[in-house]
Ligand binder design. Sequence first.
Ligand SMILES: CCCCCCCCCCCCCC(=O)CC(=O)SCCNC(=O)CCNC(=O)[C@H](O)C(C)(C)COP(=O)(O)OP(=O)(O)OC[C@H]1O[C@@H](n2cnc3c(N)ncnc32)[C@H](O)[C@@H]1OP(=O)(O)O
Ligand SMILES: NC(=O)C1=CN([C@@H]2O[C@H](COP(=O)(O)OP(=O)(O)OC[C@H]3O[C@@H](n4cnc5c(N)ncnc54)[C@H](O)[C@@H]3O)[C@@H](O)[C@H]2O)C=CC1
Length: 721
Amino acid sequence: MVDYSVDRNLAILGINNPPVNALSFHVREGLFNGIKQANADRRVEAIVITGKGKTYCSGADIREFSIPSAGKGLVTLGHRIEDSDKPVISAIHGNALGGGLEIALFSHYRVANKNAKIGFPEVLIGLLPGAEGTIRLPRVTGLAFAMDAIASGRRFDAQEAHKHGILDTICDGDVLQEAKAFSKKIIGQPLDQRRLSKTHVKDAADVDIKFEEALAQIKRKYRGLIAPILCLKSVRNSAKMSFDEAAAEEMRLFGELLTSSQSIGLRYSFFAERSAPKWKLPCGACADNTTPVDVKTTGVIGAGTMGSGIAVCLIRAGIPVILVEKNQKMLDQAIKTISRILTGSVKLNRMTEKQREHSLKLLKGASTLDELAGVDMVIEAVYENLELKREIFHQLDKICKSSTLLCSNTSTLDIDNIASATQRPDKVVGTHFFAPAYIMRLLENVYGTKTSPTTVATVMELGKRIGKICVLVKTCYAFVANRTNQPFGAEASFMVEEGALPQDVDTVLENFGMPMGPFKVSDLSGIDVGWRIRQEVAKALGLKLTLETRYRMGERITTLADRLYEMGRYGIKTGKGWYRYEPTNPRKPIPDPDVAKMIQKHCMDMGIERRNIPAQEVIERCLFSAINESFRVLEQRIAEKPEDIDVIWQYGFSFPRYGGGPMFYASQVGLKKVFEKICIFHEQFPYSSHWVPSDLLRKLASHSTEIPMDKWTQFISSSKL
Ligand SMILES: CCCCCCCCCCCCCC(=O)CC(=O)SCCNC(=O)CCNC(=O)[C@H](O)C(C)(C)COP(=O)(O)OP(=O)(O)OC[C@H]1O[C@@H](n2cnc3c(N)ncnc32)[C@H](O)[C@@H]1OP(=O)(O)O
Ligand SMILES: NC(=O)C1=CN([C@@H]2O[C@H](COP(=O)(O)OP(=O)(O)OC[C@H]3O[C@@H](n4cnc5c(N)ncnc54)[C@H](O)[C@@H]3O)[C@@H](O)[C@H]2O)C=CC1
């Protein structure tokens, strides 16, 4: 794991632990022994630590954090490096992150390639740089930079690191050659001033002011997170305590964070996000054994909310788009909107004016499907109407070249049904973007019974190319995202009917960590949008809708949202919805007594007795109903693994990353407890089918010990596969 070699008067310690050269136990051991060996070797005058392959070192091995006190050896190793009698140079290329940067700060000198990326990303997994990173960095850079870098976890480039004194020199070419040349200048120089533990924080006198400034910013930016605050406190200690005291306190804080539920959730999320793109189909095809086709040109049909957003995603990534819209006015409007969105990106420094101009040149408006004959992929985003979509796919099948992939952005409809309107069901797939498509990172790709592995590989690859987090799911009504979210929203509304007010439910869920409660979200996305969907569904089922009912087709429903619609309260767009909005601050929701009155009257008319709904009940009814449906989705193999559902909730519904997602949350609460509560709710609310306990959950909960998440799918009965 560490290759030791001697080149003339230099010992070269090459970290060799692909793919990211994490500091696993054997790497730490190898470096420790290497330093010892080099110090004992008479030929050696200086030591170079470098990384084999693409990178220097990306930090501690995060998987080892679940082993008690696993990271301890890093500090011991660091002291061995700093105490070395012979100068140690870290030669950095690729990444020097977390523990990797700490190894560099234990070294006496640091040289780097100009493309190297440096940083302390520990805070992103709920930790702090616990191998003296918070004590050493301020000694090099001063307090302001150290506080910002450590509490934000951002990666910065070699130029910035050099400017702040982290790097002694930067080179264009091979960093090992640079380190060799550099060693000639420093061999024989005294080392004490190069040992950071012997130095002081230069701007220590300003520590209180800088701490308060940074703390105020952190509290605004990272509401509810503990790690950024402890990062700041530890940097403050570096200026207020002796080196050894601050280091001891850092280790204590690190231990506190390591066992915190936030860090456990964030570490889970780190790996869940990386596991989601590793798709697998029931036929055995998977990401590793399937090659995607190259998508050079695309078409998008429907220039409404979603079509425009999807077009932005594609042209921004350099992929040409023909945007087909039957309504010329809509098309003109969409092209203006797209241009405005890109101008916004320039203002936010996310692209240059030149890139904006280039992107816009990749967009072409059109009014007929015929224009799509030669494109490699079409994404359809017209109204959510099965007959309309089937007709469009039928036409596309005739117009497009035989290799064209036909994708639908449908949010609920069966992909098999849409595919059956074509002669190429193997090339039909769902690509479910989330609104606004140019902002939301999730892409829920949906395969049908006949979708080919190549088609799946292609949409997964395209998603990655346009910067999305892709999750693959199997077709069913509403797929995974909307299907598992539906009970969450329904329970929120039922609780308003039973006694809570919209703001009560929103506040509880926001305190839980959701950035916005469901009623604020509903006002944002438009109460008219949901109303239109309900009308469409009713039309398709031949139902006549009325406001004076509590049940539809044997299921409990609530007509509160329809009442708001009837009152012309469509949400933010009309200045009134579940909340009211002042023209002076049109996005700030203000609880509205008129809504409370409407709710009370509705309850009186329907004979519903209102009661106090405790916060715990709000959390349990919203989350446990979603969890129950998630287990059903897993059981039916609509989702391949629990992590996929959690990633969908994080990136589709902004579930707090530190909470992991509904499945991880269930694992933390304990499946037995979750199951028992679901059974109680099922008895209490027999007309909501989302409370019928999932078989898989029942089975897992019946075990005397908790079954770990990676084993859950093994309990799906073979008849369900
Ligand atoms: C009560 C007890 C008290 C005990 C006290 C003990 C005190 C001990 C002090 C210990 C101090 C430890 C201090 C410390 O500073 C801790 C750290 O260093 S934490 C780690 C910091 N580093 C990171 O967070 C980097 C995370 N990785 C990334 O950001 C990206 O992976 C990276 C930019 C490096 C590369 O990106 P990319 O090329 O896109 O590749 P992937 O992200 O897909 O990754 C490829 C592959 O590698 C896995 N992986 C990446 N990083 C790590 C890692 N650090 N550890 C383990 N595994 C890692 C990743 O999961 C992928 O593998 P998959 O199999 O695909 O999942
Ligand atoms: N709005 C949302 O939040 C989300 C919507 N979706 C799905 O995306 C699809 C589109 O939804 P929206 O963009 O919201 O709808 P929208 O109503 O904003 O836009 C639909 C557009 O399609 C156009 N259109 C209709 N028939 C056409 C045809 N034959 N040829 C060309 N253009 C045609 C319409 O003129 C309209 O401009 C739906 O399937 C919806 O379920 C998916 C995720 C989120």
